[in-house]
Design a protein around this ligand. Sequence first.
Ligand code: DON
Length: 313
Amino acid sequence: MPEQKTPQDLQAIIEDIHRELTPRLGEGKVADYIPQLARVDPKHFGMAIVTTDGQVHRVGDAEVPFSIQSVSKVFTLTLALGKHGENIWHRVGREPSGSAFNSIVQLEQEGGKPRNPFINAGAITISDLILAGHTPRELIGEIVQFVRYLADDDAIVIDHEVARSETATGFRNFALANFMRSFGRLDHPVEHVLGVYFHHCALSMTCSQLAKAGLFLAAGGTDPLTGHSVVSRQRARRINALMLTCGHYDGSGDFAYRVGLPGKSGVGGGILAVAPGKASVAVWSPGLNVNGNSLLGSLALEMLAARTGWSVF
Ligand code: DON
């Protein structure tokens, strides 16, 4: 096992990564399905690391908020496991899909049960599950409060313009939700379920906030900085397993091969990666690869894992 890196080591490593990637900033394709994402400067790059022994390191645009999009699915999954425990697996699988994040093909073949909680259909199902006993507005408020609690930061908000745009243009997500409803697999009206889904995807966070929010996953379920006991050690391990196998959609195998860490990407260009026992890492670079995952963000994490020895393998 490599030793925990010293603060000087880690800061130097992320500064080197930033410097080495600077000539490549702007590579990849920024998501353009809503104007709020299409107009983000593709040259942004930020990275933040929070270690389990309390070091915080930042580089580049680590304090600039961005749309976390599908990274939020880690937090709603955690909430769903808290509310319903292992019963959620009757409604959603835990196998990699090998398909695009918004694919509908498997859903028909598999009776409307999504392969995992991170593809869009699976995350929509999770929204339906956690809606039980709430109005959409209450639940959206609860999700924001939960993420603020995880990050220990009350400044985190939803970008309502992003949520509105997602709602206005989310035809594919409406199709997925209606399709699942046709199989009797949603308990609540499609508009309510998607209202929750679009709003959690529209959470706006910085790399620093995101790395802090993920620290419980690196530390066996209890945030060592706040002392918040979020989930059991076993549950943290299981969420990490899902992130490793499913967190990058049809690019999950490649991410595991190159980086070797549990990670969850979002189409806004953010990635949350977890080095169990070591650190939580957030990176943001808006240009995406063909699978809809941050191109330079994945590369930065590959470099970080190689230089720290943090791969889980
Ligand atoms: O529902 C959608 O398609 C977007 N709000 C989120 C998709 C996403 O982040 C996929 N990740 N790469």
